[in-house]
Design a protein around this ligand. Structure first.
Ligand SMILES: [Zn+2]
Ligand SMILES: [Zn+2]
Length: 346
């Protein structure tokens, strides 16, 4: 075991504080990563505050990890010491079910092993990226291509793949009208990726406060959802709406913005159940769907796509002692657009 400095929430809703955790020995197929940067995802806050149900404490959040390989097990073939690598939302899965066989480890029928707030296959709790080192099986470690800086790459491991996977699945591309709902950590990546996939991109945000940024990041249009006129102007407009918001929504209102056969896809997850008038999907043969992160193969494809098109996330780099303040700012939508912790400051 190796003792590693980390930031943890000792209990639900408690502020995060500096502590130490134990990482397992580097096994035959394991990789020891010196973490350089860790993004702060909204879901870190949901989990640290038990918004999504009972959680495991102490909790070291963080599933947007970028760093450098410092040691590899004897059987490792995919990465070597000195490689720039990333780890996202999962660190293992059964590897045998039909979803794992299809490269959809995120939907493993036995449940994937989360990077934190989960139990690994030996029943030990997993701890995430707000730490100086992590040990991960080589099959769940991604290569960060040259041309992507590690700090701007970190948020791609959750925010990037969570938006890339549904945009690809629902064929965002040339000739398609795509709306990104919400202009936060996930939303700003959705805008960049949909734009680089060749779609016509519209941002639907509560206000026009971030309009200049949205247009700069690749949006063609920008509308405020607080303005009732938006719903009149855009009725029947979109092939795909990707919702990144985790606040409750009037789904019927948003479904009215889809074309016939359009899809409304949720990647944000409100803490409470939502209600829906099913006529909103019956008229126009519409789809209401959800999507969760992406498989390992697709995550690598996304990193390569971002490197090829020359973009990472828009970030605000912070010190570890600013994490609690950063959480408050995320809850107030006061971040442009992802906080990334410099883990050297832990
Ligand atoms: Zn996340
Ligand atoms: Zn599986």
């Amino acid at each position: 075991m190796t003792t590693v400095a980390a930031y943890a929430a000792p209990a639900a809703k408690a502020p995060l504080e500096r502590t130490t955790i134990e990482r397992r020995e580097v096994g035959e197929f394991d990789i020891l990563i010196d973490i350089k940067f860790a993004g702060i995802c909204h879901s870190d806050i949901h989990q640290a505050r038990e918004g999504w149900g009972e959680a495991i404490f102490p909790m070291v959040p963080g599933h947007e990890i970028a760093g450098v390989v410092s040691e590899v097990g004897s059987g490792v073939t995919k990465h070597k010491v000195g490689d720039r690598v990333g780890v996202g939302c999962m660190v293992d899965s059964c590897r045998e079910c039909e979803n794992c066989a299809a490269g959809l480890e995120q939907y493993c029928l036995q449940g994937n092993v989360g990077t934190y707030n989960a139990l690994d296959r030996n029943g030990e709790p997993t701890y995430g990226g707000y730490a100086q080192k992590v040990v991960v099986d080589e099959n769940f470690v991604l290569r960060v291509p040259d041309g992507l800086s590690l700090d701007e790459a970190a948020p791609l491991l959750c925010a990037g793949i969570t938006t890339y996977s549904p945009l690809k699945h629902w064929n965002a591309g040339p000739g398609k009208k795509v709306a990104i709902l919400g202009m936060g950590g996930l939303g700003h990546m959705g805008v960049k990726i949909a734009h680089h996939l060749g779609a016509e991109v519209t941002v639907l945000s509560q206000s026009l406060r971030k309009k200049d940024d949205g247009l700069k990041l690749g949006a063609d249009h920008y509308y405020a959802t607080s303005d009732p006129q938006t719903f009149k102007d855009l009725r029947g407009s979109f092939d795909l709406i990707l919702s990144t918001v985790s606040a409750p929504l009037n789904l019927d209102q948003f479904l009215s913005l889809l074309k016939t056969d359009g899809a409304f896809v949720n990647v944000g997850a409100p803490e409470e159940p939502v209600s829906l008038n099913l006529f909103s999907v019956i008229g126009g043969r519409k789809t209401l769907a959800g999507s969760g992160i992406g498989g390992i193969r697709e995550t690598q494809e996304m990193l390569d796509f971002c490197a090829e098109h020359g973009f990472g996330a828009e970030i605000e780099l912070i010190r570890a002692d600013q994490i609690n303040e950063a959480y408050e700012r995320v809850l107030n939508s006061d971040v442009r657009y992802r906080f990334v912790i410099d883990t050297a400051t832990i």
